[in-house]
Design a protein around this ligand. Sequence first.
Ligand code: GLC
Ligand code: CA
Length: 558
Amino acid sequence: MKKQWWHNKVAYQIYPKSFNDSNDDGIGDIPGIIQKLDYLKDLGIDIIWISPFYCSPLADQGYDISDYYNIDPVFGTMDDFDDLLAETARRDMHVVLDLVVNHCSDEHEWFKKACQDPDGRYGKYFYIEDWHEGEPLPCNWRSYFGGPVWDLLPGHTDKIYLHVFHKKQPDLNWENPEVREDVYKMINWWLDKGVSGFRIDAIMNIKKKLPFYNMPADREDGMCATSKMLEEAEGVDIFLNEMADRTFKPHNAFSVGEVFNEKPDALPSIIGDDGYFSSMFDFAETILNKTDEGWYTQQPVTPEQYKEACFGSQKRAGNIGFLSNIIENHDEPRGVSHYIPEGDCCDASKKMLGGLNYMLRGLPFIYQGQELGMENVNFQDISQINDISTLDEYQVALDAGLSPEKALKVVSHFSRDNARTPIPWDDSENGGFTKGTPWLMMNPTFKEINAASQVGVEGSMFEWYKELIALRKNPAYEDALIYGETVPYLPEQKNLMAYIRKGENQKVLVIGNFQREPQTMVLPGTVKSVLMNNLDQLSQTGDTLQLEGYQFVILELN
Ligand code: GLC
Ligand code: CA
């Protein structure tokens, strides 16, 4: 594996709408990000990935872009963005943007022109089909946010267009070379401006299996998840190699794909030395226990499942390349509420989860608020939820016969809005996020869980993350912690997640007791030093450790 400039870096995801509001309109913005760069620098962050801030009707919170070349006024101006680039560069930090090119917004001029003249140039930018009332649709794929992927083309009664996400997110037709040219031009425009790279949204969806066809229904609605079609679609790598050759590679840019449903042996072509992306997210943990039916049938993740998923991914990636490791993002519930068994979420278990994930091989991404130990919201009413996918899953649960209370409880656990509540900077009104009305409710825990009560406070979650980051970035441990392989240790020991990061000349053992009860563990060798410990004590008798519930330690071995 070739060494890359970003291998020893640490990344942080900003969801701009909820990060920091500088002008008190209730919505986070770019000047708000600039105000917090010192906070991020202090934490140890090198790369920030900012979720979309381009012009957008915000039907899917910015993942529906109506102008790729401009900043939405709610987030600021291009001058603000230029300031952000200058301010990050000054702090030796990198900016990574979100690249959303499977679809644009139905308010993008391309789509408006397509509606005006479906047979003209821009009609070919989308998937538009003839259709008459009463006829079957071209295929029975279900959109990710519910309902068929087809909708009537605005202004027409005999034409429909494809959207695998929301109907306000028409899919771009990547088979059309003109679309690809326009996308590459836009990517290069941002790279030339000085951004260091992109996180690439929903990218595997750009290759459809054509012609459109029906798949066996996986729910009573007679439809089938679009993701099943992706498993059959061939040739996405042709587009993605072309994109990389025309954009990322000539700029030596960093790229991280939101990749689901890749083909079994595809990893080298994606993240290998000549892969089309620098890295891709490891979603093995986030997809655990997902079902065809929907959230209402999804079971909690057990520690054993979590461990297996992590080790599976580490093995799969091997020496091919770096995965990007996450506990959560803006599409997930808060990791501490999702992976720690119910009732056990506390400082120790949160630190354990953070440490276990963080020390895996790959590029760590921290999602805003994770460093503060933010938890899920206990939503009391469906009206508190804004996210379109949650509203869809709520309806799915009701349709399956759940009572409104039960349906709310289900979606409250999985809702993307859990991670989207504004960041509490202190314990003042609205957690200091805004003096206006926050666009989404604050997590009611903000009086206890906020940045001001943690920064510089010994034993806090923030300081814990800071220590984890500093350890991984310490050149003395690069051999093991950046480039060392991950060797699972005692993988069969229940609710113990332990692994050795094995460098050429260095061995670091990472141990988490993933349960409330204490347990003992036999060491594989002698301990040179204790690098981190989430509790005050560590008891050892001979070659055996007595771990407390949720104890987490990092040991350097001789
Ligand atoms: C990705 C984004 C998600 C968005 C979807 C459609 O999965 O992370 O937030 O809803 O793509 O763009
Ligand atoms: Ca604002």
